[in-house]
Design a protein around this ligand. Sequence first.
Ligand SMILES: [Zn+2]
Length: 54
Amino acid sequence: MRLIVLLVVLASVFLLLRRFRGSGASLGSRQCPHCGQQIPALGMYCPICGQRVV
Ligand SMILES: [Zn+2]
């Protein structure tokens, strides 16, 4: 089912663009338990301190 994959990719890009444009949006972001910075909900490692956040 390529269509589903395409839709998922498009949705991910859309959410990423939305997060970049709308600063301070709580959607798709969370707080790192190690350094306390707001980090993307996607991904397993904090881009600020590099610690693993699960
Ligand atoms: Zn961190």
